[in-house]
Design a protein around this ligand. Structure first.
Ligand SMILES: Nc1ncnc2c1ncn2[C@@H]1O[C@H](COP(=O)(O)OP(=O)(O)OP(=O)(O)O)[C@@H](O)[C@H]1O
Ligand SMILES: [Mg+2]
Length: 392
């Protein structure tokens, strides 16, 4: 954001527009001058203006006509990557805030507007965007982990990443951290020219446009894949330090980073686990797997991860399994967060064709389940962020 930054208010209440103008003037008098401050009482003319204006912070009142206002936020976000949207509403339930965030709002300010809240939010936002060219730093890292092989980590990472991209329409990165045995590219039938070691090595020299260009995209989605090294020997080039730097840089360009982590806890995997906002600890319903999961959970507790960072996911779940959910929860000392049904045919067909399950059959139980899973994960992460920012 540079000198041409505009503050655009789209709000039918004149009083509310004036309050925003006055509070902006308190941050900096030039923010309320006509070359910087523009106001509209209707969505249509406000949107037209925003879409023609390269750099703007847009305040949109969503209390009066929620559907129309959320559609406006979506339209602006889809057409203008640089616009930063702040939703305003007299209704402050978590549901309202989540809907605004999901539509594309970056911040939420409650009405009637409280001066200190407004000034703090806008000042922090301006500070935040000063060095990051307007990038939202609310990227979330989700990893799939288990210390057992063949349990479904890759299937979950791939299908969840595709669903998150389709749900959010925002940039999602899927990283294969199985450095010698990765199969994310097989699951999505991609043949990338550049893999993790090249990206990690060159991250300082790649701007966002170049980065997005060289990372293969899954069909016409916003999912970009960072594959495991093409040659096994190159896997040792990737250190935990390089991975940390890579993830921190990727956070500026992606809304979600999904990492398919290997089964062991070496320094690289530990770095990815540490940096994750959410670890999906995958298990299946059989005794050896549950024992391993129990050990993993104990390890995460010893490391000191907060309880809400690790969620237990049961894969290949059958309703009539011998072992009861309550027994698993007792053994692992954790509630089951999500269950993915066993559907061998759809899963195998998806892997063999190199597509996500939703392309085999959208109506299948597993496709529906992954759609709901992505919504739950994204709602959870948005709420977690809101709790931090808005003390809900
Ligand atoms: N929900 C499911 N229903 C039926 N089969 C499944 C399901 N999820 C995964 N599978 C099957 O389980 C097998 C292992 O899955 P996947 O490769 O995702 O596991 P993984 O934990 O990543 O394995 P690895 O440790 O080898 O990387 C695959 O053949 C896949 O088809
Ligand atoms: Mg795997």
């Amino acid at each position: 954001m540079g000198r041409d930054l505009k503050f655009v208010v789209i709000d039918s209440e004149e009083n509310s527009r004036n309050i925003i103008k006055n509070y902006l003037a308190e941050i900096d008098t030039k923010f309320a001058e006509p070359e910087c401050f523009v106001e509209f009482f209707d969505f249509e003319s406000g949107t037209d203006y925003v879409l023609k204006t390269p750099e703007c912070i847009v305040f949109i009142d969503i209390s009066e006509s929620p559907k129309n206002s959320l559609d406006t936020i979506k339209k602006i976000k889809e057409s203008s990557k640089s616009a930063i949207i702040i939703a305003l509403s007299g209704k402050t339930s978590t549901d309202v805030i989540i809907k605004a965030m999901r539509a594309g709002a970056r911040e939420f300010i409650s009405k009637p507007i409280i001066k200190t809240e407004f000034i703090n939010t806008i000042s922090a936002l301006l500070e935040d965007i000063k060095d990051s060219s307007g990038k939202d730093n609310s990227c979330k890292i989700i990893s799939t982990f288990s210390n057992k092989g063949g349990i479904g980590k890759t299937s979950i990472a791939v299908n969840l990443a595709v669903e998150l991209a389709q749900l959010s329409k925002e940039n999602v990165a899927l990283i294969d951290l199985n450095l010698q045995l990765g199969d994310v590219t097989t699951f999505l039938d991609l043949a990338p020219s550049f893999s993790l070691n090249y990206i990690a090595e060159n991250i300082d020299n790649l701007d966002e446009t170049e980065l997005l260009k060289i990372l293969p995209k899954y069909k016409n989605t916003s999912l970009h894949v960072i594959a495991d090294p093409l040659n096994i020997e190159e896997s040792t080039d990737i250190t935990a330090e390089k991975l940390k730097k890579l993830l921190n840089t990727l956070k500026k360009s992606f809304s979600y980073i999904v990492i398919d982590i290997g089964t062991n806890v070496d320094t690289k995997n530990r770095c990815a686990l540490d940096m994750s906002d959410l670890i999906l600890l995958v298990s299946v319903v059989n005794l050896p797997a549950i024992r391993s999961t129990q050990r993993c959970m104990e390890m995460f507790e010893k490391i000191g991860y907060p309880k809400d960072k690790v969620k237990l996911v049961l894969n290949r779940y059958l309703d009539n399994d011998d072992i009861k959910i309550s027994d698993i929860e007792e053994a692992v000392n954790q509630k089951v967060y999500w269950k993915i049904p066993n559907n061998y045919l759809t899963m195998m067909s998806a892997i063999n064709k190199g597509v996500p399950v939703n392309e085999i059959n959208t109506e299948s139980n597993i496709s529906q389940n992954y759609m709901e899973f992505a919504t739950k994960v994204s709602d959870y992460l948005i709420t977690k962020n809101l709790n931090k920012n808005y003390n809900l």
